[in-house]
Design a protein around this ligand. Structure first.
Ligand SMILES: Cc1cc2nc3c(=O)[nH]c(=O)nc-3n(C[C@H](O)[C@H](O)[C@H](O)COP(=O)(O)OP(=O)(O)OC[C@H]3O[C@@H](n4cnc5c(N)ncnc54)[C@H](O)[C@@H]3O)c2cc1C
Length: 420
């Protein structure tokens, strides 16, 4: 007979932050229902982190698996909030003690509308681009496909934009080397760097004739959010700037990337008309730093390219029912992650969806901090009636039947393994 549960918490998203939150609540005796839109719960570990992070992915997969295999956790795969269950059902009709949003940030912040209009016609966004890079070799891959032309450019300035330029160059140099009968995998390219690999084969960038990727950033190398600090003292700020320049310089040298600072995308360069119109480049406006402030100058720079990858930030997806203002959900209190929602079940957010920080450690930290408060509050509530718990369990069972899940997390994952 299953354990009689008195409190049930629903979690949306089963990746780093959702699985960590699930384990925390499960350890304290609550029943936890984790709904996950995909078959596997690995989120950005599988679909964001580029596939050369082999050891890190393996470690994070194992931790997520351990969390979700807890006997008090009911994993509900292939179940998307907003598609398979709506907000009113999840936060009202189901009668959950609390709902936790751990659904990350999967919407790419759009470029200016005039350029965004060319999405899929010369413009790609980071999230689908990295997803393609990670999954293109899967036997059942049916997602978006990209061709990477020489001279592709990336617009952005964070860590993910660095990954995008690396992906472009690994594809380009991988192809150029393969054309000479030399096979080098991406892990080796990432680990050893391109100049060393070329030198080992008696080659140079010029001999291969690869131009490679260029990163366009609106500020300077010193301002790139590659590392940050909580303490804003001026001594610390100067050190931080030097570290950023050092980090970027290493990327430019090790992966043969070009960099164009102080450039903001202004307008598309287009060829063709109507349906056949295609983005063939971007007009950038040049900026300057005056008295520490970024100002636009009159100078423009027209850059021709067959592919623009935009990596200017990931923001939460809008879901009907979740209060949102601008790019973000409306949080009542950032510390507890409480959402400004009128729903019957209290709703909190944690991880990337709350912090906006694309970082595993930060997601886990946020999860622990918020979930401790959520579980305290939930366990202080009166116990749910057994019939109320049974209704939630029946809903879970109906979803399991709909997606073919038999209630055994390890067996399901064995049947749905990630690509190697
Ligand atoms: C290119 C790139 C490189 C990165 N490199 C690093 C790195 O080197 N080091 C590092 O620390 N971090 C890195 N990160 C960031 C890191 O991977 C993420 O910040 C972290 O894994 C986020 O964890 P999370 O659980 O908060 O969110 P996510 O991993 O986004 O998990 C959200 C989960 O919710 C699910 N979900 C979303 N919407 C719904 C819905 N409507 N219904 C049901 N389920 C839903 C998703 O499928 C997913 O499983 C990188 C990210 C990217 C994109």
């Amino acid at each position: 007979m299953s354990q009689p549960f008195s409190h049930v918490i629903g979690i949306v998203g089963g990746a780093v932050s959702g699985s960590e939150a699930a384990a925390i609540a499960a350890e304290r005796g609550a029943l936890v229902v984790v709904i996950e839109q995909n078959a596997r719960p690995y989120g950005k570990i599988e679909d964001g982190l580029p596939r050369w992070h082999v050891a890190l992915r393996k470690k994070e997969y194992a931790r997520i698996d351990d969390n979700l295999a807890h006997p008090n956790v009911r994993f509900v795969p292939l179940t998307k909030l907003g598609r398979d269950v709506d907000w009113a059902t999840l936060t009202g009709e189901l009668g959950l003690s609390a709902v936790v949003l751990a659904n990350g940030a999967w919407r790419d912040r759009p470029l200016p509308a005039s350029i965004d209009a060319f999405n899929g016609r010369g413009l790609a966004y980071q999230n689908p681009f990295v997803y393609w890079f990670n999954h293109q070799l899967d036997a059942d891959y049916d997602g978006p496909r990209f061709t990477v032309p020489d001279g592709a450019i990336v617009i952005g300035g964070g860590l993910a934009s660095i990954d995008c330029v690396k992906i472009i160059n690994f594809v380009l140099y991988g192809e150029a080397l393969r054309a000479r009968g030399i096979e080098v995998d991406v892990e080796t390219m990432e680990h050893e760097g391109l100049p060393k690999i070329l030198a080992d084969h008696g080659l140079t960038r010029e001999a291969l004739g690869v131009r490679g990727a260029t990163l366009f950033y609106r500020r300077r190398a010193e301002d790139m959010p590659l590392v940050s600090a909580d303490d804003g003292s001026s001594a610390r700020a100067a050190k931080l700037e030097a570290t950023r320049v050092k980090l970027l310089t290493k990327v430019l040298e090790k992966y043969l990337v070009r960099f164009e600072p102080l450039s903001s995308p202004l307008a598309p360069l287009v060829e063709g008309e109507g349906e056949s119109a295609r983005l063939v480049g971007v007009r950038f406006g040049k900026n300057a730093i005056v008295d520490g402030k970024l100002v636009a100058t009159d100078e423009v720079l027209d850059v021709k390219t067959e592919l623009v990858v935009s990596s200017i930030g990931s923001i939460p997806e809008l879901i009907v029912g979740i209060p949102a203002k601008g790019e973000l959900y409306v949080w009542k209190d950032w510390d507890s992650g409480a959402l400004a929602s009128e729903s019957a079940s209290p709703v909190h957010g944690l991880g990337n969806v709350l912090t906006g920080k694309g970082n595993i450690v930060e997601s886990r930290k946020s999860s622990k901090k918020v979930m401790a408060q959520v579980v305290d509050a939930v366990l202080a509530q009166p116990a749910l009636e057994p019939a109320a718990v049974a209704r939630i369990e029946a809903w879970v069972k109906a979803r399991w039947d709909a997606v073919g899940y038999r209630g055994d997390y390890r067996a399901w994952m064995g049947a749905h393994p990630p690509s190697a």
